[in-house]
Design a protein around this ligand. Structure first.
Ligand SMILES: Cc1cc2nc3c(=O)[nH]c(=O)nc-3n(C[C@H](O)[C@H](O)[C@H](O)COP(=O)(O)OP(=O)(O)OC[C@H]3O[C@@H](n4cnc5c(N)ncnc54)[C@H](O)[C@@H]3O)c2cc1C
Length: 409
């Protein structure tokens, strides 16, 4: 059996890996192997262009590391120190006891949190993160915590993300237990490990290179399905808009549905030099710069920091020059930490960085999958559908590979 996997990001590579002892698998990649997971070296500095790491709470990722015989490295204790910038710096409390006396929320907002116990569930088909969090935890909490958090994870905003698609575990606490605190207390009894941030000594590319070494990779852009007639099965592990282009001639309705998934742009700007406070980093509530990630303080062999700018908050970055973007980042850094001696080192613009799981996303995905399921031997798998994290991509890839193998037994 011959299988073509289109897209050499983690979704394509992991799917190919789990199928390689079952079929002859070719992976087609049009540009960078690893996709959004790619490390660059600049002089003595090592920078991630995209993915920084993953939480060690997903067995599939750890299993893949073990199979590849690659050593993982856990972020050090500095990774537990995190800040939010909302006109001034707020240190995030490390424990519930710290939280009580922390200045991260005013007393009125803290009391509002406790009222969550008494907020009745309001089952809805879907709701924005903002609607859900305002309703359950109050507006102040949404502004101070969810705005930076949605920027940090999705480069998005609480208004434009679906609670069901972007934070399904949180949405389920309400559905299953009637409330977030009720659910967390019940789940704590059963244990709910949240995981530690993990990467590799020489960055994500160390892992990607090992994975790619096990596979047959062809550097080629696939324009249409007609090029793949020699294959028994085709797996499209490409971003939704690229997938749409590949299928649109034969399957216009599928393409139309795929194009409903929008992406947000992100630029990463790397600097070297000293910066305080030593920590995992700082997420912002309002600035065009979404956050500063202090990689040098948490993983070995990283001597720089990275700033993330753009997202849904500032989609205009797509139209700005590199110079203009770097200037904005420098101004924002000064607002956050004051005068500094940071030196510019590297720049990467992802015009379509992360799929925006907007309200109704799960319905869009349902329609996409129902169209795709009508086509024999064609499969879709990428971060566009059911989870954007590195862990989700690996888990979904393994599951897809298992189901393809099962179909043929
Ligand atoms: C800046 C940034 C930081 C992130 N940080 C983290 C993090 O720290 N932790 C985490 O868990 N997640 C993180 N993510 C999310 C995570 O990186 C992605 O969700 C994941 O890597 C996506 O993998 P993928 O294989 O689905 O897609 P991609 O990585 O986008 O791979 C798709 C591949 O398909 C190729 N392709 C497209 N069209 C064609 C074609 N026609 N023919 C051939 N090839 C084609 C592309 O070139 C690309 O290489 C981050 C994302 C970004 C953008």
């Amino acid at each position: 059996m011959k299988i073509a996997v289109i897209g050499g990001g983690i979704s394509g590579l992991a799917t190919a890996y789990y199928l390689k002892d079952f079929a002859d698998v070719d992976v087609f990649e049009k540009s960078q192997i690893g996709g959004k997971a790619h490390t660059i070296k600049k002089d003595e500095f090592l920078f991630e262009e995209g993915v920084n790491g993953f939480l060690d709470n997903t067995p599939e990722t750890l299993e893949l590391c073990e199979k590849l015989n690659i050593k993982t490295v856990k972020a050090n204790e500095n990774s537990k120190i995190r800040y939010i910038f909302d006109d001034k710096l707020y240190k995030l409390p490390a424990s519930p006891a710290d939280f009580i006396f922390s200045d991260v929320l005013p007393w009125s907002a803290k009391f509002r949190l406790f009222k969550e116990f008494f907020v009745k569930p309001e089952p809805k088909d879907d709701e924005s993160v903002c609607g859900f969090v305002n309703r359950r935890l109050g507006e102040f909490f949404c502004e101070r915590f969810m705005r930076p958090m949605t920027a940090g994870i999705y480069a998005s905003t609480p208004e434009s993300l679906s609670i069901n698609a972007a934070f399904p575990k949180i949405a389920n606490l309400e559905k299953k237990y009637g409330g977030l605190f009720r659910g967390m207390l019940k789940k704590k009894k059963g244990g709910n490990p949240s995981g530690e941030l993990t990467s590799f000594n020489y960055g994500m590319s160390e892992f990607i290179d090992k994975l790619a070494n096990e596979l047959n990779i062809i550097q080629k852009e696939i324009i249409s399905l007609d090029e793949l007639n020699d294959y028994n099965k085709i797996i499209l592990a490409t971003p939704a808009y690229d997938t749409a282009k590949i299928v649109e001639k034969k399957y216009p309705i599928l393409a139309e549905n795929l194009n409903k998934i929008e992406y947000t742009p992100v630029a990463i700007v790397g600097f070297s030099g000293d910066i305080e406070p030593v920590s995992f980093g700082i997420l912002t509530t309002q600035l065009k710069t979404l956050g500063i990630l202090m990689d040098k303080y948490i993983f070995p062999n990283r001597n720089g920091i990275r700033c993330m700018i753009g997202g849904k908050r500032f989609e205009k970055i797509k139209k700005l020059s590199q110079k203009e973007i770097i200037e904005i980042v420098k101004e924002d850094i000064e607002k956050i930490i004051g005068k500094n001696s940071l030196k510019f080192e590297f720049f990467k613009l992802w015009e379509n960085a992360i799929p925006n799981y907007k309200v109704g996303h799960l319905e869009i995905v349902k329609n996409i999958m129902s169209e795709a399921n009508k086509i024999d031997n064609l499969y879709l798998n990428s971060n566009a559908y059911k989870g954007v994290s590195f862990n989700d991509c690996i888990k979904n890839s393994k599951n897809l590979a298992i189901s393809i193998r099962y179909e043929n037994n």
